[in-house]
Design a protein around this ligand. Sequence first.
Ligand SMILES: Nc1ncnc2c1ncn2[C@@H]1O[C@H](COP(=O)(O)OP(=O)(O)O)[C@@H](O)[C@H]1O
Ligand SMILES: Cc1ncc(COP(=O)(O)OP(=O)(O)O)c(N)n1
Length: 268
Amino acid sequence: MIPTILSIAGTDPSGGAGIQADLKAFSALGGYGTTVITALVAQTTTGVSEVHDVPPEFVRSQLDTLLTDVRVDAVKIGMLSSTEIIEVVAAAIDTYRLPNVVVDPVMVAKSGDRLLAADAVEALRTVLLPRADLITPNLPEAADLLGEEEATDLDRMRDQAERLLALGPRRVLLKGGHLSGPTSTDLLLSADGDVETLTADRVNTTNTHGTGCTLSSAIATLRPQRPTWSQAVRDAKDYLTEALRHADKLDIGKGKGPVHHFHAWWGN
Ligand SMILES: Nc1ncnc2c1ncn2[C@@H]1O[C@H](COP(=O)(O)OP(=O)(O)O)[C@@H](O)[C@H]1O
Ligand SMILES: Cc1ncc(COP(=O)(O)OP(=O)(O)O)c(N)n1
């Protein structure tokens, strides 16, 4: 059976991040995509010009309308924008007992624009993270969630990942893409005590818009199709690395272009 994946996230008209990227990853990896939109974002490869939050009652309405009809096999949660929207989404996780919940704690785009209100970080930490099967922070997000400086090496990443795990999610994938060096290394820690290091060769491209959205969506899509979280995360990282390798085939915008959801079947 083809898994049905739900993305709860904001939009990106340039198609590189947010809901648009999520749907591309769902389809490319054999899932059927459904969506609940939290914010309309006027953004492109050069940055964000405006954010229009969807009213929280309407986020609830989308969730109730969808989930009283459609069974979902996994959920990817991205941009949530405000405390009120976080609370609505957390209530839906409980009410509908949503499985395989992957939370990408989106706070700030690569362009430096905020995608989560500063006063909503506390709700993200205390209301949403304990309901997640996996969280996928990047280094600035991890630092923000813990209220400390960004990790600058693998030892500090390990230390921060342990403390993120103590906030209540079942697993933490701390992404190291913001460090430099010939490889890009992430750490996967689980509440059972497992620790894994995932390393990929660093791809030399400036087209990195949407890497976080793509990775979390790929994990959510693969989880129902793989025996373990570890295998789903490893295969998702391979998919993202391939999408980065093919990113320079695209010529989208004047800033940091998107990764390319390369489709082996078409060969392009
Ligand atoms: N240039 C790159 N080459 C290979 N992998 C990368 C590169 N940049 C980022 N990654 C990987 O992409 C994923 C997301 O990266 P990161 O930049 O840390 O998060 P975000 O996109 O949320 O800011 C991680 O798995 C990271 O290791
Ligand atoms: C609507 C929306 N959601 C999330 C992001 C952040 O995406 P990410 O994959 O972390 O990539 P960058 O934008 O940081 O390159 C976004 N921009 N928009």
